[in-house]
Every structure is written in structure tokens, then in C-alpha cells.
Design a protein. Sequence first.
Length: 316
Amino acid sequence: MRFVRDDEVASAIPMREVIDAVERGFALYSLRRVRMPQRVRTDVPEHNGAILLMPCLVPELEVYSVKYVTVYPDNPSRGLPTIFAALLISDPRTGEPKVLAEARAATGLRTGAATAVSIKHLARRDAENLGIIGCGYQARWQLRAAAEVMRCSAVRAYDVVRQRAEELASEASRELGLEVRVSDTAEEVVRRSDVVITATTSRTPFVKKQWVRPGTHFSAIGAFTPEMAELEAELVASSKVYVDSLEAAKEEAGDIIQAVAKGLMRWEDVRAEIGEVVAGLKKGRENDEEVTVFKSVGIAVQDAAVAALILRRLGE
């Protein structure tokens, strides 16, 4: 069994390939051609953390993967990353473990790719103003992925810790050739963007319906528990909502769960899983005026899609 480091994954696996792989993975999931139990989450409230286990078998990719990931929002104050992750990749024909990979980069790649898939299918075709709220580790991958599928004429970023937004802007200029303007408020980002990515661990919804222009697309990828939410319930209920997994969303997508609990929408109002749109089973954006929301909690088929790429490029 080979051990693969994060830097190897980041350098060997192009974002464009990950986007294509995750897009296919979403379709296979919605077509019920993967075997993916609901992830197991162990909360660690005394340390404001969570430990997740995410298994998935994709027969068509000949890959079985299990990801172990921890999310501790207070870690930066300790000088540690918010996320730690490891990915065990096995041959499903024999059960033999082939690769154990550090998976912070893999998680960044696949989460960024999910946003890119949503932009491709749900954003306006002329979208060119990108906004990102929450400028931690994941934000780097979100920008990389978005730049693959849309013209980023203007990029705005906001974080409650301004230094993080400034660091993101510097890195994006250096590595991606993107000019990122640091905004003073989340409202400014939302009002001036065609596509808005929210990548926070907020427990208080902060994106207001009255800020949103017609035709805006949101990729809400930060919240992953019923208690967490980034978009206010009124905004979610008035938008066309898509999810990565309806089953997972009912358990973990706080943005939607809270809107349903307030009686503002029903689960039947969720338009589709993104994989159904990719597979041509359901419609995505239908005009330039509607507001679309892709609510992703992150599902294991995304990791399996990246695992197949790791196995092919780095497994020997």
C-alpha cells in the first residue's frame, strides 16, 4: 500500500479533471449506480469539532474509498488547520487497500469541483462577477474551480477576519492571475456578484434576501449540520434549490432544514439533485432572472471520484 502526501495530490491531479470526474460521480449517484451509505458523524461539542467517516463504492470506476475527515473551526486559533483528512482507497475486486492518502487537498479539489459543476449547470451563461464569503483553506480551491468554468472579470472576497481575505487575494493574484478585491461587508459581495460562494462554518444565517439581484447563483458549501446555515430561510425558500444528495440534505443541510422548520418551504420544493441535472433527468436554470441555490453538504461519491484519479495517477 502506497502513502500519498497532500502535495503530491495537489500537483498531480488537475482541477479540470476533478471537475469532470465529480460531475460524472454526481450523475452516477443520482442514477443509483453507486453504493454510498449515509456518512457517520461524531460530534465533539466540548472542543467544537466533528469527526466524519464517508464510504463509497463506485463499480464503474472500480474504486472503493473511505474518507476520515475532522472539522474543528477553532483550530486556526491554535495554529492548526480547520480540516484534517485521510483517504483509504481499495480495489473493490479484492478488497486490497492500494493507497492511503492525505486528503486535505483531495477534499479541497472535490469541494471546489462541486461548486464548478453547479456553476456550469445553474449559473447564468454570462455570469462574470464572482463573490466568495469565507476565505479559509477551502476558498483557494473554490476560486481555482470557479475559474475553470466561468469568466472571472471581477472577484470580491469577504471574511470576518480581514487578513484572511487579504491573504486569499494575494494568493489568487500570484497563482491564478486573478484580481480579488477585498470587501468590507458580506452585503457588498452579494450585491455585486453574479455567482456567490459561501464557505463558512456559520451557525447564524448572514446572507439576506434583500441583498440578492435577479439571476444570482449561490453555491452554499460551508454548513454541514442542521444547526449551521449561511443563507437566511426567506432567501432559500424563494429560490430554485438544488442539492448534492436529497437524503443527505434532509439530515445535514441546515440552510434548507431551517427554512422547512419555519414553514417557508417543503422538501418537495427542492428542484433536484445536481446529478439529476447533469444526467438530463431534471432541468437546471431556465431563465436569466431566477435565483438558484446549490446547497452542498459534501458526499462520499465526490471523494471516490478523486480517489479513482489518485489511484490511476499515483497508485503504483
